[in-house]
Write a protein that binds this ligand. Structure first.
Ligand code: TYM
Length: 345
């Protein structure tokens, strides 16, 4: 049995995260995850991937997958992710993931998987396709993470439960077969994990649901402004320093992410003195979001049309990821005692 520290590659701490290519990326993906990928690439050994296998649990038709995968690559690079600094790869290119997923499936119980919130949501949304992949989704996510023996996982708040399960499965493996895997933790530089709300005041921005209340990185300026102007408001507060209703707090939260501190302060003051004009606030917010996403949208479109470059990036990412994956699989098989011709301990 070997110790965790012996098995860790020397040097930087390891980071892993992924995004499903099930649609267009949005402000939630950016502020919950991608922004941190870009910051972390400077200090950590990073593995970021496009989770095409996960997307098959809900989107079995692969017609749109081709473009979606390329767009997720292009948008991440447009946001500042540097494929030379990190391993940026496609999940299905690393076959070791499937092997580790298989081993972990023997340690994941039906009862605990059925209790997962995302599973229960998906059962409600697609009762005609409650497949085994959907049930074991958190096991595959655990395999993605611990395949690189990653410690930090930059994700938004919606992934908290999956990370908790990843810790459970990693610990269960270590307990049963010996310490191979560090305990992965959800990570955000600022502390609290981020949840970017949808514009209609219900839930979060999402790739495939609630599209009129979600701002996509690829939305044109006029589309962004229209969506923001439609956001729910009311007649305004009737007493100074009132508590904000959820749908108003959401607008302020978005403003905190994209607007200047002075702009935010002005509308906070207007709210607290009962002088707020929500029409003006939404106009400003629409402009600030559009100004924020325009350079990303333009860069992403140029990258996405460069197939030669994208192919090179994917191959290079897979090559880097495979080195770490193969090492982990070797350690995993060794710990499990599947190397039958090694000298008996
Ligand atoms: P996915 O594709 O739904 O989302 C990608 C990342 O974006 C974050 N995110 C948000 N953050 C804040 N506010 C929102 N409204 C919002 N919406 C999405 C997510 O938290 C995530 O960080 N299961 C994962 C993909 C995955 C993965 C992994 C993640 C597969 N393997 C291994 C980490 C490690 C998912 O569906 O993310």
């Amino acid at each position: 049995m070997s110790s965790q520290t012996e098995n860790m590659p020397a040097g930087k701490q390891i980071v892993m995260s992924g995004i499903r290519p099930t649609g267009y990326l949005h402000l939630g993906n950016y502020f919950g995850a991608m922004q941190n990928y870009v910051k972390m690439q400077e200090q950590f050994e990073c593995y970021f991937m496009v989770a095409d296998l996960h997307s098959l649990t809900t989107h079995p038709d692969t017609k749109e997958l081709r473009e979606n995968v390329k767009r997720v690559f292009a948008e991440n690079i447009a946001c500042g992710l540097d494929p030379d600094k990190v391993a940026f790869y496609c999940q299905s290119h690393i076959h070791e993931t499937a092997e580790l997923y298989l081993y972990l499936n023997m340690m994941a119980y039906k009862g605990e998987l059925e209790k997962t919130t995302t599973f229960k949501d998906k059962v409600r949304l697609q009762p005609e396709n409650v497949n085994a992949g959907l049930l074991t989704y958190p096991v595959l996510q655990t395999a993605d993470i611990i395949l690189h023996r990653a410690k930090y996982v930059p994700v938004g708040k919606d992934q908290e439960q999956h990370l908790e399960m990843a810790r459970t499965f990693a610990n269960r493996f270590n307990h049963r077969y010996g310490d191979v895997f560090p305990e992965p933790v959800a990570f955000n530089f600022g502390g609290e994990l981020v949840k970017v709300p949808s514009l209609d005041g219900t839930g979060k921005m999402s790739k495939s649901e609630n599209q009129n209340a979600t701002i996509y990185l690829s939305d044109a300026e006029d589309v962004i402004k229209k969506k923001v102007m439609k956001a729910k408001t009311d007649a305004g507060p009737t007493e100074p320093n009132a508590a904000k209703p959820d749908y108003i707090e959401n607008l302020f939260q978005l403003m905190r992410l994209v607007s200047s501190p002075d702009t935010l302060q002005k509308f906070e003051d207007d709210f607290n003195t009962c002088n707020i004009r929500y029409g003006d606030m939404k106009k400003q917010l629409g402009e600030d979001i559009a100004a924020f996403t325009a350079p990303i949208r333009e860069k992403a479109a140029a990258i996405q049309s460069d197939e030669v470059y994208l192919k090179k990036v994917m191959l290079q990412g897979a090559e880097k990821a495979r080195i770490s994956a193969q090492k982990t699989i070797e350690l995993t098989r060794e710990a499990m005692g599947l190397n039958y011709f090694a000298p008996t301990p």
